[in-house]
Write a protein that binds this ligand. Structure first.
Ligand code: GSH
Length: 211
């Protein structure tokens, strides 16, 4: 299996980068320079027509969408148990959280960081205020789930959903309330950040300010 990940430090590619490191599989990481608009270069658009990262090339075929990439990787490496198998009791909750995080929390963060996409130019502050409300709603729900003492979203082991939430929690650092303003979520983020694979991803991407 050969993997090539296209990404940019600290962005939506972080969770895939992190899982690849945790899986301990060989891969190549191509960092795109957003300042230079490399995500919109014709060669990259051939791999991912959305002009977004991440893109993961698996055995010569390019795929996008962070949540889908995490699920695919988890399924290709079943020994890790990062994706509960169809028919198991955790499967439903797993799918629910993967989709909820990918189609509710991630777009809310996108609105916060790309506010012009909400209601257009001149409306950025109002868009950001709405985005914060949406983010906080999801973080509060994750905190409530974790309040029963479980170590991870689906129970007491790591799944692909934790890679997604662990990355998204990092994006709360520029919002009025960060993940640490919810006690159970804060403890959960501390556990994820202590993982050697998380710290390695952070280091390799040259990030600062959240560990
Ligand atoms: N739905 C996409 C969203 C990815 C996304 O928004 N990526 C951002 C970085 S966090 C990006 O590529 N931004 C560059 C741009 O919009 O020009 C996914 O889950 O992969």
């Amino acid at each position: 299996m050969t993997y090539t990940l296209y990404g940019s430090p600290g962005t939506a590619s972080f969770c895939v980068h992190w899982m690849l490191i945790e899986l301990d599989v060989p891969f190549t990481f191509h960092a795109l320079d957003f300042e230079k608009g490399e995500q919109r270069a014709p060669d990259y658009l051939k791999l991912n027509p959305t002009g977004h990262v991440p893109t993961l090339v698996m055995d010569g075929v390019a795929y996008g969408e962070a949540g889908a990439l995490l699920s695919l990787l988890a399924e290709r490496h079943p020994a890790t148990n990062f994706a509960p198998a169809p028919g198991t009791p955790e499967r439903g909750l797993y799918l629910q959280w993967m989709f909820y995080l990918a189609d509710t929390l991630m777009p809310a963060f996108r609105l916060f960081y790309y506010p012009v996409e909400g209601a257009g130019p001149g409306q950025e502050e109002a868009t950001k205020a709405q985005a914060v409300i949406r983010v906080e709603r999801v973080l509060a729900r994750a905190d409530a789930l974790l309040s029963d003492g479980r170590s991870h979203l689906l129970g007491n082991r790591m799944t692909a959903a934790d890679f997604l939430l662990g990355m998204l929690a990092r994006w709360s650092r520029n919002l009025p309330k960060t993940a640490f303003d919810w006690p159970h979520l804060g403890a959960y983020v501390r556990r994820l950040r202590a993982m050697p694979s998380y710290q390695q991803t952070h280091r390799r991407e040259g990030l600062s300010g959240w560990i």
